[in-house]
Design a protein around this ligand. Structure first.
Ligand SMILES: CC(C)(COP(=O)(O)OP(=O)(O)OC[C@H]1O[C@@H](n2cnc3c(N)ncnc32)[C@H](O)[C@@H]1OP(=O)(O)O)[C@@H](O)C(=O)NCCC(=O)NCCS
Length: 180
């Protein structure tokens, strides 16, 4: 089912909902590139995403973004956020607006999921990508749950409002979940 489309660089990308995003799907997108998210060195446990969005070209899956609702404590107050993760575009097709299209479609969907804000983790060099898509850095150190207890997240954290007028409250942030 096509959920939405976005026009970038003069080209129309149809974004579809995917029932899942398996290891084989990831291989289809990134062609067997080892550690495409550059996270294997972290030795962290990750939470699977629940909702999946993709772009196909000539039948091949070439882009993906996933969402999952997660509990989070901000300054001691428990709330929820929509986590964005698993964002990936086929190596030969980067820089053409596919990430913009698939992330925009995912976040359009996220606005109907309930929480006021989206949350993601990324390496510093990818922050400009998400800034271009309306995300902002969350400068607080963020604790995230791991099987042996909470740890400080070594990646950068970014957030985006899912409703007009929403701000991220000040104070310590603890993701009450595995990161995504
Ligand atoms: C990060 C990634 C998803 C970007 O995909 P993409 O299709 O090349 O991105 P887009 O072409 O849609 O670009 C989106 C915006 O980010 C900007 N951008 C893209 N790559 C960038 C980079 N390396 N540095 C700075 N800005 C960048 C683009 O200019 C664009 O902004 P604009 O529309 O205002 O011009 C892709 O490089 C990738 O799959 N990387 C490997 C997996 C990964 O690290 N995923 C992220 C996990 S957090």
């Amino acid at each position: 089912m096509t959920t939405t489309s976005a026009r970038t660089c003069g080209e129309q990308f149809a974004v579809v909902r995917l029932p899942e995003f398996t290891g084989a799907d990831r291989e289809e997108v990134c062609g067997g590139v080892p550690d495409p998210y550059q996270i294997e060195g972290l030795v962290m446990a990750w939470r699977p995403k629940r909702e999946h969005f993709g772009i196909r070209r000539e039948g091949r899956l070439v882009a993906h973004a996933g969402l999952v609702t997660v509990p989070v404590s901000v300054a001691g107050r428990r709330t929820e956020a929509v986590g964005l993760g698993g964002v990936i575009v086929a190596p030969g097709l980067r820089g053409q607006g596919l990430a913009r299209a698939v992330v925009t479609a995912a976040m359009d969907h996220a606005r109907g999921m309930g929480p006021d804000a989206g949350l993601l983790f990324c390496w510093p060099e990818l922050m400009p990508v998400y800034e271009a898509l309306g995300w902002r850095e969350l400068e607080e150190h963020v604790r995230v749950d791991q099987p042996d207890g909470p740890v400080t997240m070594p990646m950068r954290t970014m957030w985006t409002p899912l409703r007009e007028g929403v701000g991220w409250p000040p104070g310590p942030v603890h993701l009450l979940s595995l990161p995504f």
